[in-house]
Design a binder for this molecule. Structure first.
Ligand code: SF4
Length: 89
């Protein structure tokens, strides 16, 4: 009986860890997607990060990286700035 309780306990703990990690990974993906949608999407590489997806990775490391996107209009820059400030990354 004790073994069953231990196994159920372990299953619960590992299940909880997997659910936590899955939730965490999906929230990062959603965050990346949300930022990517706010970029011009030209994939021109003018920012020096190779693509818009590269820019997203750069923004996650350093917020002000979005300033290197040359084709982005000023109003869109301001929107992204507000978004990033509200996210408190
Ligand atoms: S400069 Fe802007 S549009 Fe061009 S790849 Fe970089 S983020 Fe995308």
């Amino acid at each position: 009986m004790t073994e069953i309780i231990i196994l159920v306990g372990l299953a619960f703990v590992f299940g909880s860890i997997l659910i936590f990690l899955n939730t965490k990974l999906h929230s990062v993906d959603k965050e990346k997607e949300a930022i990517l949608k706010q970029l011009p999407g030209y994939n021109c590489g003018a920012c020096g990060f190779g693509s818009c997806a590269g820019m997203v990775e750069a923004i996650l490391k350093e917020k002000e990286s979005y300033l290197k996107c040359r084709p982005m209009r000023k109003d869109k820059q301001e929107e992204l700035k507000q978004y990033l400030e509200n996210k408190k990354m």
